[in-house]
Design a protein around this ligand. Structure first.
Ligand code: ATP
Ligand code: MG
Length: 310
């Protein structure tokens, strides 16, 4: 497995056999940064999802998970920019940062926040108390912090653990038109909870030569989720970081549309340096530059989700 230090981007190759826990704390020997890392859980290891637990729980039609086990494919960027775009369309939006890396939380400029860990380990039984109203109208955030790594340890594999988020969302979902969940690049507590809660899944995918492998993996997982915990889940692929000058990018885009007919959003998100600039400024690209290419494409994606594209 490859572990990348999020601070200095140094890559380490570890043997899967050396790491038994699904997630662990690593220390970069180059820059000394301490960070959470994951051993990828294999789909074959997931043999505990409870077939009967889904019965009697209603669907959360307004919940959308953004998921792909492949890292760096724009899951967080999509959550943030789609979230703001829906909010600008006068929809009440809650974004849930369900990733220990807390990139969504950090992208909005928040530090030292609470997280789902504090919900499960505190006295409050509602998520409401922990939701932050962002400076953008209609846009709220349920933040993340490093404590989240402990949830994986405590709950992953426990009976009905995959319904923990859904059961909490059932109590607050009517306050929002859309609840978007940003997930980590791995399968475990967070992704299985998000996929069990969501009605729709957006699978961001870059047009690189390994993208079909990532999509096959997540579709295989969604098929398992469909059979076990969430029969009505609907996946759709979103092409991100598309480089229209690159022949390879265009070839892979065509291949994805052919391999997954009807599963791909019409909107695609192009490579746009404004996304990274906006991230440095701790703001969504739509606020950083309203006319940015990617910003306008995220607006288009919001319209497609809302069924408003003509
Ligand atoms: N359309 C785009 N054009 C250029 N850069 C982009 C675009 N979308 C995302 N990026 C950049 O790519 C990097 C990865 O994006 P992001 O963090 O959203 O991916 P992710 O899938 O959430 O990653 P992880 O798997 O680590 O959670 C970030 O530096 C982000 O700024
Ligand atoms: Mg992310």
């Amino acid at each position: 497995m490859i572990v990348v230090c999020p601070s200095c981007q140094t890559r380490y190759e570890l043997s899967d056999r050396l790491v038994q826990e699904p997630s662990f704390i690593a220390r970069c020997t180059k820059c000394r940064h301490i960070f959470s890392a994951y051993r990828p859980v294999r789909i074959e290891e997931i043999n505990f999802l409870d077939l009967d637990a889904a019965k009697g729980r209603k669907d959360l039609d307004n919940v959308v998970a953004i998921s792909n086990q492949k890292g760096g494919v724009a899951k967080t960027s999509t959550c943030l920019n789609l979230g703001l775009s829906l909010a600008l369309h006068q929809k009440r939006v809650l974004m849930i940062d369900f990733d220990v890396q807390a990139n969504l939380t950090i992208s909005l400029g928040y530090k030292e926040t609470t997280s789902f860990y504090e919900v499960l380990n505190g006295s409050a039984d509602s998520l409401e108390k922990f939701i932050v109203k962002t400076k953008y109208d209609n846009l709220s955030l349920f933040p993340s912090n490093k404590n989240m790594v402990l949830l994986n340890k405590k709950y992953f594999g426990a009976r009905n653990f995959e319904f923990i988020l859904k059961d909490r969302l059932l109590t607050i979902q009517e306050h929002y038109d859309y609840i978007l969940i940003d997930t980590p690049p791995s399968i475990e507590f967070f992704t299985l909870n998000a996929l069990t809660a969501a009605r729709k899944v957006i699978i961001p995918s870059q047009c690189d030569y390994l993208s079909t492998h990532g999509i096959d993996q997540i579709l295989k997982l969604i098929q398992l989720i469909k059979v076990k915990t969430n029969p009505n889940i609907e996946p759709r692929i979103l092409i991100t970081m598309f480089d229209k000058e690159s022949t390879a990018s265009k070839m892979i885009c065509t291949k994805l549309k052919r391999l997954y007919p009807g599963l791909t959003y019409n909107t695609l998100i192009e490579m746009d340096p404004r996304i990274r600039e906006a991230q440095i400024m701790s703001m969504p690209v739509l606020q950083y530059n309203q006319q940015s290419k990617a910003g306008l494409q995220y607006h288009r994606l919001a319209k497609e989700l809302l069924g408003q594209l003509s």
